[in-house]
Design a protein around this ligand. Structure first.
Ligand code: ADP
Ligand code: MG
Length: 380
C-alpha cells in the first residue's frame, strides 16, 4: 500500500508527500450505550487508511483515491463541495477545520486503505481521521486531539448525512497499540485499558447482510430509552440518561412504562455495568470473564433490545458450540459482524465450522477479519 501511494504521488505531483495513517476500529463491548450517556469501549485496529500529503501553494485540494481510481480537485469554500462521496469526507474535514479557526492551505494527496467499506469497522472515520490529523499538522494549527475527532464527526453530520456519535472518530484518533479505550459518552472522559489477549485471537465474522429495519428501529429504541429515563427521573431527578439509573430504579417504574420500554432499558442499564466489569477483568488479565460478558451482551441485544437477526444469532450460537470464549454482534445490529474472542488452538476449527455451516444455511460464506488492536492517527 505504502509503495503504491508513493509511486502514484510521484507520478501525479513529481514530489514526495509526507505519509500519515489512521485506523478503523472495533468496539469490544458497550453497544447502544452512546446515546444513553453510557460507556463505549473501542480500540483502533490493524486495518487503516494511509495518505501521502503535501501543501501545493494553491487554494485547491488535488487528491487521488487509489481504491476508487479517481482524481478530484476542489476549492476550500463552502460552495466548492465535490460530487464524489469519498471526496466529501476530505472536503468536510477541510471545512470543519476552517470553521474552528484552523488554517487550511491547498494540498496534494494520494490515499488508499484496507478497512472494508460498510462492514462496521468505520472506514469513514479512518478516512476523516487521517486527513484531520495530517491537515492539522501540515498547517501547524495545534488543534487538540478530541477536537480532531469532532471534526470527523461534524464532517459526517454536515457533509455526508450521517448523524453518528463520537466513538468511531475518537477511536481512530486516540487509538493505541495494545490498548482499548473506555469513553464516557456523556462527559467525554476516557481511560486506556490494557488489551493483551495472549493465547487468544480477536476475529470478526461478517454476515455480509444489512437488514432494512435498521434506521427506523434505531429511532424506536432511542424513544424507548428516553421514555424509561423520563419515568425514572420522576423518582430520581439526577437521572438525565438511562446510564445514570440503577437497576432497582427501573424496577420502581415497571408499571408506568410499557413492557417493551422496560426490556430496552433493562438491556442498557445492564450493558453500562458490563463495560465496567470488562474493564475490571482486563486489569486482572481475566479474558474468560471478558468473553462471558460478550455473550451476555449478545443475549441482551438479541432478546431484550431486539436488534439482532437470524444470521447473527446463528453465528453466536455456533461460537458457543465451538467453545469460543466470547462472541457478540458488534455495532447497531440487524446485520454486520460478530466479534469473537477465541483461543488460538480453537481458532481453525471455529472458522472452518462457521464458514461451512453458515454457507450451508445462508448460501454465502461470512467474511473473516483477524484484528489486532493497533495505533490510531499518526505520522509515519
Ligand atoms: P463504514 O461503516 O465503513 O464507515 P460508511 O458508509 O460510513 O462505512 O463509509 C464508507 C465510505 O467512506 C465509502 O463509501 C467511501 O466514500 C469512503 N471510504 C472509505 N474507505 C475508503 C477508501 N479506502 N478510499 C476511498 N474512500 C473510502
Ligand atoms: Mg462510517
Amino acid at each position: 500500500m505504502k509503495q503504491k501511494i508513493q509511486e502514484k504521488f510521484k507520478s501525479l505531483f513529481a514530489t514526495e508527500g509526507t505519509l500519515y495513517m489512521s485506523s478503523g476500529r472495533i468496539n469490544l463491548i458497550g453497544e447502544h450505550t452512546d446515546y444513553n450517556g453510557g460507556y463505549v469501549f473501542p480500540g483502533a485496529i490493524n486495518f487503516g487508511i494511509m495518505a501521502a500529503i503535501e501543501p501545493n501553494g494553491t487554494d485547491k485540494v488535488k487528491v487521488f483515491s487509489i481504491d476508487f481510481d479517481e482524481y478530484v480537485e476542489f476549492g476550500l469554500r463552502e460552495e466548492d463541495k465535490p460530487a464524489q462521496q469519498w471526496a466529501r469526507y476530505i472536503f468536510g474535514v477541510c471545512r470543519e477545520t476552517i470553521k474552528r479557526g484552523g488554517k487550511v492551505k491547498g494540498f496534494n494527496a494520494v490515499f488508499a486503505g484496507d478497512v472494508p467499506l460498510g462492514a462496521g469497522l468505520s472506514s469513514s472515520a479512518a478516512l476523516e481521521s487521517v486527513f484531520a490529523f495530517a491537515i492539522n499538522e501540515i498547517n501547524g494549527n495545534g488543534i487538540e486531539k478530541f477536537e480532531l475527532a469532532k471534526i470527523g464527526q461534524s464532517t459526517e453530520h454536515n457533509y455526508c448525512g450521517v448523524k453518528c456519535g463520537i466513538m468511531d472518530q475518537f477511536a481512530s484518533i486516540f487509538g493505541k497499540e495494545g490498548s482499548l479505550m473506555r469513553l464516557n459518552c456523556k462527559t467525554g472522559e476516557y481511560k486506556y485499558f490494557p488489551f493483551h489477549p495472549k493465547g487468544y485471537k480477536l476475529v470478526l465474522l461478517d454476515t455480509c447482510v444489512k437488514h432494512e429495519l435498521a434506521s427506523s428501529a434505531y429511532n424506536k429504541r432511542r424513544e424507548s430509552c428516553e421514555k424509561a429515563a423520563a419515568a425514572i427521573k420522576k423518582n430520581h431527578p439526577e437521572v438525565d440518561f438511562l446510564s445514570d439509573a440503577k437497576r432497582v430504579w427501573l424496577d420502581e417504574v415497571r408499571d408506568q412504562i410499557s413492557q417493551e420500554d422496560f426490556l430496552r432499558a433493562e438491556y442498557v442499564i445492564g450493558e453500562v455495568q458490563r463495560v465496567l466489569d470488562v474493564c475490571d477483568a482486563l486489569e486482572r488479565d481475566d479474558y474468560e470473564t471478558v468473553g462471558e460478558m460478550m455473550y451476555q451482551t449478545h443475549f441482551g441485544l438479541s432478546r431484550l433490545y431486539e436488534v439482532s437477526c437470524e444470521e447473527l444469532d446463528f453465528l453466536n450460537k455456533l461460537a458457543r458450540k465451538c467453545d469460543v470464549t466470547g462472541s457478540r454482534v458488534m455495532g447497531g445490529g440487524f446485520g454486520g459482524c460478530t466479534i469473537n474472542l477465541v483461543k488460538d488452538e480453537l481458532y481453525d476449527a471455529f472458522i472452518k465450522t462457521a464458514t461451512e455451516k453458515f454457507t450451508e444455511k445462508f448460501g454465502h460464506a461470512p467474511k473473516i477479519y483477524n484484528v489486532v488492536i493497533s495505533d490510531g492517527a499518526r505520522k509515519l
